[in-house]
Design a protein around this ligand. Structure first.
Ligand code: ADP
Length: 260
């Protein structure tokens, strides 16, 4: 950690310089602190499935756990590890300064329809209804793969945290300047004290952490990064016990550009 200069009381240029130096130094410390925290989190997140795998492999070897049960768990944890590494690499790529994605005109309603269709089987199985209200004249400029990923992550959350018998509303609308996609669920909601933090890497609300088939805690960070790269906004609103609304707003594309 860099030292701070104790001249901040002096009113002359030297004092001013000392104050600038100190403020730069504390932001560098903060960056360094974040980096360390991130690495510690990554190590922890990778180690958890690994210790399960080791433990169950030993259990099977020693005959304490049945082969069937042990292998099932090892497979599940290996899948989790796979998802984690995949999401981490994806996030690292998105956060890289040099990362560029190709933007092209997208008929947003079509893209949303395709992704929602991919979830219909899972929703049926869980007895969760998905209702769509899509304005099919919404054209945006963006990367279809990445925006598909945004819709998938948001729908995946909505479906995971919404109990059987409830509904998910998917609405696409536009005004003169913007196109807005809202994915609103009638699920467990996010407690107020967690709402600001859930977009952070690895942050999961306690209830979600306890779910055995848990996600990686990286989904919303990836969504935030992708939307940032599209110069859009991503807003989460939620009431615990009632539901969550995820709203993505992107610049609407001028039709002239589309036709030219
Ligand atoms: P995860 O892989 O855990 O879903 P995310 O980054 O997508 O990671 O979400 C972070 C946390 O935010 C989740 O673990 C969950 O606690 C909370 N969360 C996200 N979306 C919802 C939702 N629609 N309803 C309730 N909680 C949610």
């Amino acid at each position: 950690y860099s030292q701070l200069i104790d001249l901040t009381d002096s009113k002359d240029e030297l004092g001013q310089l000392a104050r600038s130096f100190n403020s730069l130094s504390s932001s560098l410390n903060e960056v360094e602190q974040n980096r360390k925290e991130f690495l510690a989190n990554v190590a922890h997140e990778l180690r958890t499935p690994l210790s399960y795998m080791k433990g169950y492999a030993e259990g099977v070897e020693e005959g304490i756990i049945s082969k069937e049960k042990g292998l099932g768990i090892i497979q599940k944890e290996a899948n989790r590890l796979d998802r984690l590494v995949h999401d981490l690499l994806d996030l690292a790529q998105l956060e890289g300064d040099s990362y560029q994605m190709i933007h092209e005109p997208i008929a947003f309603a079509e893209l949303i329809d395709d992704v929602v269709d991919q979830f219909s089987l899972a929703a049926d199985k869980k007895n969760v209804r998905m209702e769509r209200f899509l304005d099919d004249e919404c054209i945006i400029m963006g990367n279809a793969d990445r925006l598909g990923q945004v819709i998938r992550n948001l729908l995946d959350n909505a479906l995971s945290y919404t109990p059987s018998g409830k509904c998910i509303y998917i609405t696409l609308s536009k005004n003169e300047k913007d196109v807005s996609l809202e994915i609103k669920d009638e699920g467990i909601g996010i407690p107020n004290e967690d709402l600001a933090a859930v977009k952070q890497r690895f942050y999961r609300v306690k209830k979600a952490r306890e779910r055995k088939d848990g996600g990686t805690g990286l989904g919303l960070s990836i969504v935030s990064q992708i939307i940032q790269k599209h110069e859009g906004t991503f807003l989460l609103e939620s009431t615990e016990g009632q539901g969550t609304s995820a709203k993505v707003t992107l610049k609407s594309m001028n039709e002239n550009v589309f036709n030219s």
